[in-house]
Design a binder for this molecule. Sequence first.
Ligand SMILES: NC(=O)c1ccc[n+]([C@@H]2O[C@H](COP(=O)([O-])OP(=O)(O)OC[C@H]3O[C@@H](n4cnc5c(N)ncnc54)[C@H](OP(=O)(O)O)[C@@H]3O)[C@@H](O)[C@H]2O)c1
Length: 341
Amino acid sequence: MPEPQPPAVQAPVREKATELPHPLPGVPECGHRSLLWSRPRMRLCFPNTSLRSLKKSAMRTPQSALELCERVIRVDRIRNEERNQDMTSIQHGSATQELKGKRALVTGGTRGIGAAIVRRFVEEGAEVLAAARSVPDTVPEGAGYVAADLRTPTGVEEVAAAALERLGGVDVLVHNAGGAGPHASALAISEDEWQDVLNLNLMSAVRLDALVAPGMRERRSGAIVHISSAAAFPPVPQVVHYTSTKAALENYSRGMTAELAPFGVRVNVVTPGRTDTPGGARNREEIALMGEGAIEFPDVPLGRDGLPEDIAEAVLFIVSDRASWIAGGNLVVDGAEFPRR
Ligand SMILES: NC(=O)c1ccc[n+]([C@@H]2O[C@H](COP(=O)([O-])OP(=O)(O)OC[C@H]3O[C@@H](n4cnc5c(N)ncnc54)[C@H](OP(=O)(O)O)[C@@H]3O)[C@@H](O)[C@H]2O)c1
């Protein structure tokens, strides 16, 4: 009869922080991976600890990652409150009513940069229509809203028709809706993904301009802004479909300028760098999740990520009469993050 064996000792199962659920339980809307992998952020939150040891500690257990995240989120919250106070105190001359009497159409005007543009335009007295796919609960007060998917010609037509019906025409058009799509190496991006990103970032602007610009040309006045990305030049691997379409958008804008400037219609590009928005956070998190081969985001020389309000201010300037001799320009608003051509 074999001797009874002692029960096998099970090696403790060690959870890996890299396999953490997303988002982390207990940390609301925590994009923990991109939070922890952003160098400037970590420096700010843990000024006396090296990034390497922070990463190591974050990888050790879910609990240690959770603690780091909570600290980052707390510091972020305080910084945002401070910044918001600063922005309010600057007050960008909202008493000027710079856009009074102007009718503005802003695509992607329900979140992030677009919503900030809408708010700023409303403050300056414009009548504003925001376009996006989902019915938002965050349409800035005072603005109208039209639901449409701008990746399709039909969606673009619906937006142009709504602008004509509700505003009676468009004096200022901001093409802001855009996005990166799934992140992958260049050769892994499928035909459908290319088409999707091309439709959203380039073709929706081309199609909308074709419907809106003729009215401006007839009236011999108007301002069009296309929102590009600092990632267009030099391109960012893992999102070459995004960066290529933004580069094409910049090229197209120059071409449109040549055609429309003689009729008093100004076309310009505004190029944001890393900006604190839901879309921006999602992209950076996806890139961080790619693990091997993922790019490290450079520090922003001006010491912080952009706020949607930073970009909105640049857009307001460029559509206003203060910029009446600027056409075919590209206003880069990126805290000097990316080296430009
Ligand atoms: N944030 C950054 O770091 C950054 C940096 C450089 C450039 N940019 C550029 O700035 C622009 C705004 O970025 P963001 O970060 O503010 O983006 P976001 O937070 O993702 O907001 C995007 C807006 O566009 C709308 N939208 C997206 N797809 C659409 C579609 N197919 N049809 C109609 N509306 C659509 C969204 O609403 P729905 O989802 O409801 O449609 C939302 O209102 C984009 O062109 C982006 O490429 C951003």
